[in-house]
Design a protein around this ligand. Sequence first.
Ligand code: PGA
Length: 250
Amino acid sequence: MTRPYYIAGNWKMHKTRSEAAELAKTLTARLKDGKHKYLVAPSFTSLETVGAIVKGSNILLGAQNMAAEEQGAHTGEVSVLQLKDLGVQVVILGHSERRHTYKEDDELINKKVHLALNHGLDVILCIGELLSEREAGQAEKVCETQTRKGLEGVSASGLERVTLAYEPVWAIGTGKTATPEDADTIHAYVRGVIARLYDASAAEKMIIQYGGSVKAENAAQLMAKENIDGALVGGASLKADTFVPIAMFG
Ligand code: PGA
């Protein structure tokens, strides 16, 4: 089967509302004839502004994180109900910056995955190994564990609303990209994990994005690989001139 390509921009902690609005307007115009699936994930503070601009376009509105509880005494957190209220359709969970800088573990991420799915949000679940883990020959094992634990208890129908993003930590924001072959090896391995956890058809349908220094110059080679179904783009998603060529590849 042919899986659709899914290209997402993670704006991280960048852009004021007016800057975000400007980029969103440009992307809405320049991607309108794009043939892939698109998403932008601005900061919480720009979600409403960007949501109003991308509404009705072919660009989905994503959040970069979400609390593990529906509501309550959680100073500084943002809830699933608040995201839905702003029109958010997708939430990125388990990003490596959340895992490593903010110490989110697989159990917490799994709780967030369930909460998001239960409330009708789609999920991009990020996985990926550290450089030390890769050097120790543990890349597959780490990705398998993060996939298994992140998806624990998720039903086959829930899984249909999950996208995986393989983002080797050593490639994020560093300018170092995994070679298309190395990335494809992990993607194929993770697809096998999905086949074992669910079944062959679920594995075949699973969209697995690659993330980590994706740019116009390497996007097409990465996505030409059999198991690479899109990209989760950080740095290069901050400007239309660098994101549009990635989004319009092929
Ligand atoms: P990068 O970030 O493209 O800047 O490496 C990717 C990501 O963290 O999603």
